[in-house]
Design a protein around this ligand. Structure first.
Ligand code: ZN
Length: 504
């Protein structure tokens, strides 16, 4: 079986080489090149020779394992042709050229790798250098930041010694100028009547004129007579008060004037002299005049968070209001400026305590507590003769006056909102720079005029004036109504603003 199959896979072919018959045998599975080499070997020529086979009909027979078998009598004639030298030389040349090209390419590649390496190294060096420079810059920036912080600290510290943290308790308050340094104004009857109205435009008056108007109020209410005040002392006291208000955007002498004028207006609106003593009127008016003395322009929250001297001195309890009281007392402690110098000790004590109580009541942190006390007393049946009842009424009155701008006509009230926001933004900017908490209602990024006012009018002002109106009905028409109009106006403004921002 093995032999038979071996026989079947072997092919025998006869060839005539140089006129001699040769028999070759090869496997059917061998390749053409093997057969070609076998014939070349028998013909004794180079294996690169060109070998052609032709049969008896002179037909070419391909040198492949598939070539047909033949007989000894009809062999294939083998013709050998040597390869052309020039061709082979050219082939050689081509081969050499190809090899050279290959080597060149490899060299190039190698060369480019080196070039690439060099470029990479250069870039790395540049990056390292830049990092080094940047690093130095960062160090310098950090140093500058530290310097700025230190300068700021020094400025704040130097401010704290006076402007921010106000005068020390032992600092004597003396008048920088003496009366009469402002002229005596003759007020027209029109101004005198207008001064009693909540619609009074406080923006039209110069500081000296405001002093005269305040002076007039004290005379007109009979307070000068009541306390036997020397008219010149009244002038000096008012001057000294004016000098001790700072030039803040909001908490300035004009705000003091507005609050006092509103108190004067409410006294007239409610005919308060029919219910309370002249002494109480004096306490109400004087508390209004002094209620924001030496305000630094940064509120209690700032004082407490920044741990200012004021907050430390008053243990975080209404630091500003306590300070306003202290300055008011200091001014009165100067005999030349003491409008109550002619009253007896007990009365002075009572007056001072009344003023202090009212100024302390202007801390909005106590708003709910004070309103609740007043409502309680009202529900029990308000008694003017009951000191506790009267105290809560007086506190509500000064609170109403302190935040009464929105009761005034729009052209008077609106600029005050800008002033207040300016002061708030000053504070929030400082809080940001000092890393302190910032109240959203003070943040210039978050507040708009209508957004600042709507909630305040709706939830603070209207309920408070409505409560006061329960006792004095005339407050409803003269004060609550304008507040509602102001709220509507700001709501309109808000809607218009929203429409404008959605359409843009
Ligand atoms: Zn105030």
């Amino acid at each position: 079986m093995g032999i038979a199959s071996s026989m079947e896979t072997t092919k025998v072919v006869f060839l005539e080489i140089n006129q001699q018959i040769n028999k070759i045998s090869f496997s059917k599975h061998s390749c053409s090149r093997d057969i070609h080499e076998l014939i070349a070997n028998i013909a004794d020529v180079s294996k690169y020779s060109i070998i052609t086979l032709t049969d008896k009909h002179d037909v070419h027979v391909p040198v492949t394992p598939a070539m047909p078998v033949n007989t000894e009598r009809s062999p294939y004639v083998v013709t050998v042709k040597m390869p052309c030298r020039r061709e082979s030389k050219q082939n050689e040349k081509k081969a050499v050229q190809a090899a050279i090209n290959q080597v060149t390419e490899q060299l190039n590649r190698t060369f480019k790798v080196d070039e690439f390496k060099k470029e990479l190294s250069d870039r790395l060096h540049q990056v390292e250098r830049r990092l080094e420079v940047e690093g130095l810059r960062i160090v310098e920036i950090e140093k500058c930041k530290q310097d700025i912080t230190s300068i700021k600290d020094q400025i704040w510290a130097s401010h704290k010694n006076y402007p921010d943290n106000c005068m020390s308790d032992d600092k004597k308050i003396t008048l920088k100028r003496d009366v009469p340094s402002y002229p005596k104004y003759t007020l027209s009857q029109e101004t005198i009547d207008y001064l009693k109205k909540p619609t009074f435009d406080s923006w039209h008056w110069e500081p000296n004129e405001m002093l005269s108007l305040l002076e007039h109020m004290y005379h007109e209410l009979g307070l000068v007579h009541e306390f036997n005040t020397n008219p010149v002392t009244l002038k000096r006291w008012l001057l000294c008060v004016q000098e001790n208000y700072r030039n803040n955007p909001f908490h300035n002498f004009r705000h003091c004037f507005c609050v006092t004028q509103m108190m004067y207006g409410m006294i007239h609106l409610c005919k308060l002299w029919e219910f309370v003593t002249r002494e109480d009127l004096g306490i109400l008016m004087t508390a209004a005049v002094c209620h924001d003395l030496d305000h630094p322009g940064y509120n209690n929250t700032y004082q407490i968070n920044a741990r200012t001297d004021l907050a430390i001195r008053y243990n975080d309890i209404s630091p500003l209001e306590n300070h306003h009281c202290a300055v008011a007392t200091q001014i009165l402690s100067n005999a030349e400026c003491n409008i109550f110098s002619n009253v007896d000790k007990d009365r002075f004590k009572r007056i001072r305590s009344g003023i202090t109580m009212l100024i302390l009541a202007t801390d909005m942190a106590r708003h709910a507590e004070i309103m609740d006390s007043f409502k309680n007393n009202f529900n029990k049946g308000f008694e003017f003769r009951d000191k506790e009842h009267l105290d809560t009424l007086k506190m509500v009155l000064i609170k109403c006056c302190d935040i009464s701008n929105e009761v005034r006509p729009m052209e008077v009230s609106e600029p005050w909102v800008d002033c207040l926001l300016e002061e708030y933004f000053n504070q929030s900017d400082r809080e940001k720079s000092e890393g302190l908490p910032v109240a959203p209602f003070m943040d210039r990024e978050k507040v708009t005029k209508p957004s600042a006012q709507i909630g305040f009018i709706k939830f603070v002002l209207i309920p408070m004036f409505e409560t006061a109106a329960k006792l004095f009905n005339q407050i409803e028409e003269v004060m609550v109504k304008p507040l509602q109009e102001a709220k509507d106006r700001y709501e309109d403004m808000k809607t218009r603003g929203e429409k404008a921002s959605t359409s843009s």
